[in-house]
Design a protein around this ligand. Structure first.
Ligand code: MSP
Length: 513
């Protein structure tokens, strides 16, 4: 049995979650669900990043203590994940004791090994991004990431000897071409490291809301140093070398999913920290693009933040999940448009998938009492099913979630065309056998589609599955179907299996002009 560990970034609690956060988390959920269907043992981790001045300031504004504030917003993230049907196995908060104590131990361990030393730090600091910038980084004197004003800060600080890892990192990238992903984002990182790494300031005396350095409590641990460690503290990693079963099972991580703006932290600092700790590096960092709205970055001040709760309430959780990965190739930037969501909903989900199920089951119920006829001859539409499955698996290994949906959509189109061409509703009373054969083809495809779509649309797929007269749960039986297809076996139904009558899977959206 293979083990698979996948993570999302841990999100800042300075604001409510929006579709950007939902995007990465749904992606991790889709991949986790597919791996589970494929028989792997999955550990899917998400959580919240709760320290730093930004969060303290946000708490001051609401009159809560930083922890009360962080707990409330972290709760909002959790609530969204429940609404969006996220199947995470753990949820880590950087204010969890299990995290804080291990971060402290790690800091002290690296101090002892000489990877962390004390010095003085002075540079431009962006409060919003919790990041220092040098003169060269600034854009018109402002933060290069968020455009806000920066301030000059000077403080005693502990430094992590990042410079020591310049060569090891370059060698590591060279020997592990799958680490920096997608490939078109790799050169940015390699060039950055090649241009020379400076030691990284990893403690703050100004930031009070953070994990204290045990041997020098005037310092708190830099939020990024604290945050990155969540990926191992959640697995129970300890510096004392005592057994940590989850860590031993799931580390090294298979994929850290991140947005492109935090690729560098994950692709440079994180592996260097692990090298210093003599811990294996993760297998892959995947940086995806950004959602904008009408071409503009989402922001509270512009009032263009898309609320995932609203989208899920208006179109259903599953259609929203489907849309995010159908609309834009995973990895690239994309522009969110509700109009496009509506168009795809009607064209692809209601008129295509939903209609295919409705047509097939309605004729079967009318003409053959809903009983799926015994199989006669090969199913031509699924002749290529093993090849499709192979392509889907390869899409998953490249994290091409849009590629998976292209396969699904191709099959939907082909099957609808088949049923149009065959026009089974025109067959007279003598055509029952042919009718049975046509419907069998379509039902087989629908069963395959239910399994392929399960990671994207867990509820609609389960409903589709149920409507086909399946009685086991799709999450349990789906893996068996994939196995059978891999072996070249046809999709089968139980003798006498009867499809169920029901409402359309997706109700067309009627929009006002
Ligand atoms: N706390 C850090 C991450 C620490 S990980 C050890 C952080 N948090 S965040 O709240 O700002 O979340 C950033 C992540 O949310 C992005 O990397 C991305 O995964 C997701 N998104 C936030 N806005 C986004 C878009 N507009 N579009 C797509 N995803 C984006 O950074």
């Amino acid at each position: 049995m293979k083990n698979f560990f996948i993570t999302t970034p841990i999100y800042y609690v300075n604001d409510l979650p929006h579709i950007g956060h939902a995007y990465t988390t749904i992606a991790a959920d889709i991949i986790s669900r597919w791996k589970r269907l494929s028989g792997e043992t999955v550990f899917f981790l998400t959580g919240t990043d709760e320290h730093g001045s930004k969060i303290m300031e946000a708490a001051e504004k609401t009159g809560e203590s930083p922890l009360e504030y962080a707990s409330r917003i972290s709760g909002e993230f959790k609530r969204l994940w429940t609404v969006l049907n996220i199947s995470n196995d753990d949820y880590i908060r950087t204010t969890d004791k299990r995290h804080e104590t291990v971060v402290q131990d790690i800091f002290e361990k690296l101090k002892k090994s000489g990877d962390i030393y004390k010095g003085v730090y002075e540079d431009w600091y962006c409060l919003n991004d919790e990041t220092y910038y040098s003169d060269a980084d600034l854009v018109n004197g402002n933060c290069p990431a968020c455009g806000r004003a920066v301030q000059k800060l000077k403080e005693d600080s502990y430094f992590f000897k990042l410079s020591r890892y310049e060569k090891p990192l370059l060698e590591f990238y060279e020997n592990n071409p799958g680490f920096l992903f997608p490939k078109n984002r790799a050169s940015e990182i390699i060039n950055f490291v090649k241009s020379g790494l400076q030691d990284l300031s990893v403690s703050r005396t100004r930031v009070k809301w953070g994990i204290p350095v045990p041997s020098d409590p005037a310092h708190t641990v830099y939020v990024w140093f604290d945050a990155l460690l969540n990926y191992i503290t959640a697995l129970g990693y300890k510096t004392d070398g005592k057994s940590a079963p989850l860590f031993e099972t799931f580390w090294p991580c298979d994929v850290h999913l991140v947005g492109k703006e935090i690729f560098r932290f994950h692709a440079v600092i994180w592996p260097a920290m692990l090298m210093a700790l003599k811990i294996q590096t993760p297998k892959r960092i995947f940086a995806h693009g950004w959602w904008t709205v009408d071409g503009t970055k989402m922001s509270k001040s512009l009032g263009n933040v898309v609320d995932p709760h609203k989208m899920a309430a208006a179109y259903g959780v599953d259609a929203f999940r489907y849309f995010l990965f159908r609309e834009v190739p995973f990895g690239a930037d994309g522009d969110f448009s509700e109009k496009s969501l509506q168009t795809r909903f009607n064209a692809e989900l209601a008129n295509n998938l939903g209609n295919l199920l409705q047509r097939t089951t309605t004729i079967l119920l009318k003409q053959l009492e809903g009983i799926i006829p015994p199989k006669k001859g090969p199913t031509n539409l699924l002749e290529k099913a093993p090849v499709i499955l192979e392509r889907v698996n390869s899409d998953y290994s490249e994290l091409s979630l849009g590629g998976v949906l292209d396969e699904v959509y191709g099959l939907m189109i082909k099957t609808n065309k088949y049923i149009d061409d065959e026009a089974p509703w025109k067959l007279g009373p003598d055509g029952k056998e042919k009718l049975g054969a046509i419907l069998y083809e379509c039902l087989s495809v629908l069963k395959f589609l239910a399994v392929l779509l399960q990671p994207f649309m867990p509820e609609k797929s389960a409903e589709l599955w149920r409507r086909l007269g399946e009685t086991d749960s799709i999450t349990q039986a789906g893996g068996g179907i994939l196995e059978a297809i891999k072996k070249g076996n046809p999709i089968s139904f139980k003798t006498g299996q009867t499809v169920l009558k029901g409402d359309p899977l997706f109700m067309r959206i009627v929009t006002k002009k």
